[in-house]
Design a protein around this ligand. Structure first.
Ligand code: SF4
Length: 265
């Protein structure tokens, strides 16, 4: 039986196990969604990004570690992984290979990218590798605002890369889910309507988020965007995070792995 078909049935069985576990014990036996940080390197310096407070080594995840992590997650019946956290996944030169490996193990891979280096060739590679979901982060409509938020980025190039990818994706089977995300802050809130007007209908979903304070990291430049009230996060019950060095943590805002509860390496 092909590996993908076996994984499909295995996932259905683990779904049934989860349901029974929830009914009998009140808890799920596995995370539903895992961030696997394949790299913590990036080609931009976005104004709201906490990467300037990273104390961890800048690195790509070791490929042996990645394979081991994916096999373990597949064994637990985890249905999907996001292959990014504090970095841009397209800065990993073998991203398509990692996407394909997750797929082969029955896990749906997702990425979130700034699209700066999404060439036609890399787009085709990702589609052929079986990427399930792609989220493009584009936090501006005019070149001025975009440049202020996405420092080092080039709006014209990003738009061209995304539009070309969307065209390729429309002709590819299976077609991945496409999302454009806008992190709203004081710098770009006046362009939300323009963003909607430009992107609506071109992708499957528009996603609006609020710039976060990353749980109050000291000295973070995003303090000026203090917009969110603090409230308990339910994600610790359903998500897990594995940082590029293998540190396992509970929270996707845990920039430096301070809540580390294990080591996958
Ligand atoms: S593209 Fe993402 S990881 Fe890179 S600087 Fe911007 S917000 Fe941070």
């Amino acid at each position: 039986m092909p590996k993908r078909v076996a994984a499909f049935f295995y996932n259905r069985l683990t779904g049934l196990r989860d349901f029974l576990s929830l009914k009998l014990t009140g808890a799920y036996p596995r995370p539903f969604y895992v961030h696997v940080e394949i790299n913590n390197t990036c080609n931009l310096d976005c104004v709201m990004c906490p990467r300037d407070r990273l104390t961890r080594r800048l690195t790509l995840m070791d490929s042996g570690l990645f394979r081991s992590v994916i096999r373990q997650l597949a064994g637990m019946g985890v249905p999907s992984v996001s292959l990014f956290l504090f970095g841009d996944p397209l800065c990993h030169p073998r991203l398509a290979e990692l996407v394909a490996f997750a797929r082969e193990n029955g896990i749906a891979p997702e990425i979130n990218t700034n699209a700066m280096v999404l060439t036609e060739e890399r787009g085709r590679e990702l589609l052929d590798a079986g990427l399930k979901t792609i989220i493009f982060s584009v936090d501006g409509v005019t070149p001025e605002v975009f440049a202020e938020v996405r420092r080092g980025g080039d709006l014209e190039r990003v738009r061209a890369n995304i539009l070309r990818f969307l065209d390729l994706a429309d002709r590819h089977r299976p077609r991945p889910t496409t999302v454009i995300q806008y992190a709203v802050s004081k710098l770009n809130e006046h362009e939300v309507d323009g963003f909607r007007a430009f992107w609506e209908g071109r992708v499957d979903r528009l996603n609006f988020t609020r710039v976060t304070e990353y749980a109050g990291i000291e000295g973070l430049k995003t303090y000026e965007y203090k917009t969110q009230e603090r409230r308990p996060c339910p994600d610790t019950w359903s998500k897990m995070v594995i940082l590029a060095d293998g540190t396992v943590t509970t929270c996707c805002l845990d920039l430096n792995g301070e809540l580390g509860m294990g080591d996958a390496a």
